[in-house]
Design a binder for this molecule. Structure first.
Ligand SMILES: Cc1cc2nc3c(=O)[nH]c(=O)nc-3n(C[C@H](O)[C@H](O)[C@H](O)COP(=O)(O)OP(=O)(O)OC[C@H]3O[C@@H](n4cnc5c(N)ncnc54)[C@H](O)[C@@H]3O)c2cc1C
Ligand code: SF4
Ligand code: SF4
Length: 676
């Protein structure tokens, strides 16, 4: 510790500089003691009155050091040189506040991510840390005390996506006594889980565990179920969102419909059901996607309806006992006010046709995992019989290929998490129902969660054969007599160290999970970002996995990344807990670090308007100037940097502050040359 008891010569402020060791994270590469001493001596003229180093500045003892100095030495500004502000800015701001200093007079500079983690030379790293500290001192000198903005929280919540994650969120919030608008784009809630037969690892019947929740959500007095609906626009900010929703016309009057199903029975037109039956079964043109659908009302597929195509038919109208068919019904567009939003829009499946060498779409008995779910489902097109595409032949040998489209540089690099367990579930079902020989082709077996490895052992004991190695090809071209009339799986068996050709009758491709095709568009609508792979990005991958960088918008389930049902439910509940926490505060404080536009300087060029990732900038056509909504602005600084007129400045990141920080980094105010 080094202390200067004299007054600084150049500035009036009294600044404390605190340099953290972060264990050996920083101290292993930076001479932290030297940085603290250097700051206290060389930056004396810039107002630094004390420089301290400490092993873990974020610990309660480290924070107490700062708090005591503020009180005892009368510090008016604080610079902490430690890890990234993303991690501990709030910690040190709170410490300042406890000691009576406005928290925004604290500056956190990173000498871990920006110095010790990216350098190996201790001398150079120490000099760079000095420069970083000097930059922080110059910037903090120009900070102003700020007060948080306070906004009321509307108690209603919007949940988008009625899969298991969204249903869980909606139920938790509704059970706590608050209104939920649950928006689902399909005619029924349920999501992917409604299509499955059994669920790993416990083999519960999917419908048996899902439908009670669906019914509960449909009947809950606090849930307004908006199926066959989509969000068109989101205005406002945390606590005060105004959401525009389009409820598509079902052509059914929901007040009159009893869900008796007579219209479906009488409708003469059948079409292939590409959604719920994954193309394996049929549905009528007026239909409910599945028997347990919630709500029970059917929907009319106007594109295939004979009346809409030719002006005749109306069989459904003729037979409906309650006159509920309404061919003239139009979409409804309306707005709801909510304080928080949970996005649980789930996933799409990888298109198996892209792996041309596996023959999906060309070889009839190559199935996708979703097709197999429908095939094995008692309510599916074959009533649960596992048969070939001809609808009757029971396979004698089945090959299940893992990681199709996942862990593959040509397609998706990431692991889809659930495919190994899904492949094991299929092996069990094939064994149980057909007695066929089953081969699972895997790269690595990933059975990491509760009761998963036990399930793997069970499938092994049942006699499933496992081949470790990537499948090169699925072909119907035989090389020997035994291969004739079969599909042949050509693969490398890396454990046996040889190439193999295994004849089977049916191939099931464990296709990977992908972000929704419209995920980027959805993200933009709600002010979120997507990862390089396209999943919605969480605020922090470990410490804040259901919040996002947009206050009041949460994510849950597979919209955030591939995961199984228990994790989707856990995230749904976690997002609900965060929302309830906000609602119960009634009002909340928003970070005052925001941008603002000097309207006299704004030239009306609108360059900033579309750059803001949080849609915070609006344009006044009458006055031809842009304006920032401070409640929506997250203080990212994009617009500040982009404005050609220099009309935008940010509290805590004005041009003056940034320029001063750069001068500080260059040690211009110290008159010191950087020598290594
Ligand atoms: C073949 C297969 C088998 C599986 N088997 C198992 C298993 O046995 N056990 C297990 O634990 N996990 C299993 N999984 C994983 C499981 O499917 C997921 O964990 C779970 O479905 C994720 O739920 P979700 O609510 O996040 O997403 P989803 O089920 O995809 O639901 C999302 C919902 O959001 C709706 N939606 C999407 N976009 C919008 C929008 N813009 N506006 C309104 N609504 C929208 C969708 O229509 C859908 O209803 C399996 C996955 C596959 C592919
Ligand atoms: S026949 Fe009428 S009441 Fe029955 S499900 Fe169809 S629309 Fe509803
Ligand atoms: S700083 Fe500018 S670009 Fe960033 S959130 Fe605020 S208004 Fe949008």
């Amino acid at each position: 510790m080094t202390q200067d008891n004299g007054n600084s010569q150049d500035v009036q402020e009294r600044i404390g500089v605190y340099v953290c060791h972060c264990g050996t994270n920083i101290a292993g590469t930076v001479d932290v003691q030297q940085v603290a001493e250097w700051a206290a001596t060389r930056l004396k003229r810039r107002g630094v009155v004390i420089g301290r180093d400490y092993k873990f500045m974020c610990s309660s003892l480290g924070q107490e050091l700062i708090e005591n100095d503020i009180k005892e030495l009368g510090l008016t500004r604080v610079v902490v040189a430690a890890c990234s502000p993303h991690l501990h800015e709030a910690t040190f701001r709170n410490a300042c506040q406890r000691a009576g200093l406005n928290p925004y007079l604290c500056e956190l500079v990173s000498i871990r991510e920006q110095v010790s983690w990216v350098h190996t030379d201790k001398v150079a790293a120490t000099v760079k840390s000095q420069a970083v500290v000097s930059g922080g001192v110059e910037r903090v000198l120009r900070h102003e005390p700020l007060e948080p903005l306070r906004v009321p929280i509307h108690p209603a919540t919007l949940v988008v996506g009625g899969g298991i994650a969204g249903i869980q969120s909606a139920l938790e919030i509704a059970d706590a006594g608050y209104r939920v608008y649950l928006v689902e784009r399909e005619p029924s809630i349920g999501g992917h889980m409604a299509q499955f037969d059994k669920t790993f690892p416990t083999l519960d019947c999917s419908a048996c565990i899902l439908t009670p929740r669906m019914v509960q959500a449909g009947a809950h007095p606090n849930i307004t179920l908006l199926t066959y609906s989509e969000v068109e626009k989101v205005d406002g900010y945390v606590g005060n969102f105004v959401v525009t929703i389009r409820k598509k016309a079902r052509k059914i009057n929901e007040e009159l419909c009893t869900g008796c199903g007579i219209c479906q029975e009488k409708c003469p037109v059948k079409v292939i059901d590409d959604v719920y039956e994954a193309g394996l079964g049929y549905r009528k043109v007026v239909y409910t996607p599945f028997p347990q659908a919630v709500p029970k009302f059917p929907v009319m597929d106007v594109e295939n309806c004979t009346y809409f195509k030719k002006g005749t038919c109306k069989a459904c109208e003729k037979f409906c006992p309650t006159n509920a068919i309404d061919f003239n019904q139009q979409d409804e567009v309306f707005s709801v006010e909510v304080g928080n939003i949970v996005l649980a829009t789930g996933y799409d499946l990888f298109d198996a046709r892209r792996v041309t060498n596996y023959g999906y779409g060309r070889l009839p008995n190559v199935f996708t995992s979703l097709e197999f779910e429908r095939l094995s489902n008692a309510a599916g097109p074959t009533n649960g019989s596992i048969v070939l595409r001809d609808g009757k032949t029971v396979p004698k040998a089945v090959g299940i290929i893992h990681c199709v489209g996942s862990r593959d540089r040509n397609f998706n690099n990431y692991c889809s998490t659930i495919c190994c367990m899904q492949g094991l579930k299929f092996a069990h079902l094939v064994h149980e129902r057909t007695g066929a020989t089953v081969y699972n082709f895997y790269i690595d077996m990933r059975t990491a969660y509760k009761a998963y490895d036990e399930f793997y052992q069970r499938v092994l004991e049942e006699g499933t054969l496992f081949v470790r190695g990537k499948v090169a090809e699925v072909t119907d071209v035989p090389r020997i007599k035994d291969e004739e009339g079969h599909l042949i799986i050509q693969c490398e068996d890396t454990l046996a160290g040889k190439q193999r050709r295994i004849p089977v009758d049916m191939v099931i491709l464990s296709i990977g999970l992908q972000p929704r095709a419209d995920a980027k568009e959805t993200a933009k609508k709600f002010g979120l970002s997507c990862s390089a792979d396209g999943w919605f990005i969480e605020k922090h991958p470990k410490l804040d996995p259901v919040a996002t960088m947009t206050e009041g918008v949460y994510i849950a389930g597979c919209a955030q990344g591939p995961k199984d049902i228990p994790s989707s439910v856990a995230q749904g509940a976690a997002a609900a807990a965060r929302v309830l926490g906000k609602i119960q505060q009634r009002e909340m404080a928003l970070e005052p670090v925001r941008a603002s536009i000097n309207q006299d300087q704004c030239s009306g060029c609108r360059i900033c308007n579309n750059l803001c990732p949080f849609n915070a900038i609006l344009f006044h056509d009458d006055r031809m100037v842009s304006e920032i909504n401070p409640a929506l602005c997250q203080g990212c600084g994009t617009c500040v940097a982009a404005c050609p007129a220099g009309a935008i400045s940010g509290t805590a990141f004005s041009n003056e502050q940034i320029m001063a920080q750069i001068e500080g980094l260059m040690l211009l105010n110290v008159g010191e040359e950087i020598t290594l």
